[in-house]
Design a protein around this ligand. Structure first.
Ligand SMILES: Nc1ncnc2c1ncn2[C@@H]1O[C@H](COP(=O)(O)OP(=O)(O)OP(=O)(O)O)[C@@H](O)[C@H]1O
Ligand SMILES: [Mg+2]
Length: 258
């Protein structure tokens, strides 16, 4: 079920070189990231794994441009990235359809175009009949589907540019029950296979990382840096999950002792 390499292109969508991030100053300073090197190819699905507090969200926020690195550089060869968080963060007063419509409106799409795209995106996340509902009328899983459709809408551009799209996802399914999570992982893969979007997906669930990513990148505990990475294309998922879990445990226990 792992995403295949079919639509990965050559070149780089995102490139981080020696990226560090320090919060605060002096003795209170927290070094969240230290010398992170990471590249994501256009159309590639990369999962970022690491212990709680190792700087995963910080890294995603830096790539999203929501915060600036203290050192190093981040190069984006994509349109402005779309972001999806753990909480759906939908506008409560807008229907599902209007929530998805919002980024299209901001991007300057015309009315007819928007209507067609919203319908298409609702279908894509299997919410064809629920466009008129407001977030409070939807289940948590349905809200995350709307959020997924909205972030896909945010990757759309009026003028067809050569720039690849980029989707940044910060534990988008962590708050869901196991079955809903399983279904939404499947949906995400299905949607991903139909687009040429590169995805940088943060999780601390090894199984999820192995299922979704073509590449799994492990960050060390704070300060985060890349300690190891695996391709999910070769080898059995079960064995790989075990191997990565063992390595993650090691990383966490090393940190706990220091
Ligand atoms: N705005 C901020 N100001 C000060 N410290 C911060 C800020 N944001 C994050 N940190 C610190 O940076 C470190 C990394 O935080 P981050 O949220 O990136 O971790 P994470 O890997 O996403 O953790 P989790 O898996 O729990 O979501 C933590 O020690 C955190 O306290
Ligand atoms: Mg986080």
């Amino acid at each position: 079920m792992t995403a295949t390499l079919e639509h990965v292109q050559s070149g780089t969508a995102v490139s981080l070189s020696g990226v560090s991030k320090v919060f605060g100053r002096g003795p209170q300073a927290v070094v969240a990231l230290d010398g992170v090197d990471l590249k994501v190819a256009p159309g590639e699905f990369v999962c970022l794994l690491g212990a709680s507090g190792c700087g995963k969200s910080t890294l995603l926020n830096l790539v999203a441009g929501l915060d600036a690195p203290t050192g190093g550089s981040i190069e984006l060869n994509t349109s402005r990235p779309a972001v999806m968080f753990q909480e759906a963060a939908l506008m409560p007063w807008l229907t599902a359809a209007r929530n998805i419509d919002l980024p299209l409106r901001l991007a300057g799409f015309g009315k007819a175009d928007r209507k067609a795209k919203v319908a298409e995106l609702l279908e894509l996340v299997r919410l064809g009949g629920a466009g008129h509902k407001r977030p409070h009328e939807l289940s948590g899983g349905m809200r995350q589907r709307v959020a997924l459709a909205r972030s896909l809408a945010a990757t759309q551009r009026v003028q067809g540019t050569d720039e690849p799209a980029l989707l940044l996802m910060d534990e988008p399914f962590a708050a869901l029950d196991a079955i809903t999570r399983d279904v939404l992982q499947g949906e995400l893969l299905r949607v991903y296979e139909r687009t040429s979007t590169a995805v940088l997906f943060v999780t601390h669930d090894v199984r999820e990382a192995v299922r979704l990513g073509q590449r799994v990148v492990l960050l060390s505990s704070r300060p985060g840096r890349v300690v190891q990475e695996w391709s999910t294309q070769d080898g059995a998922a079960e064995a790989l999950t075990e191997e990565i879990t063992a390595r993650l445990r090691e990383v966490i226990s090393t940190h706990a002792k220091s």
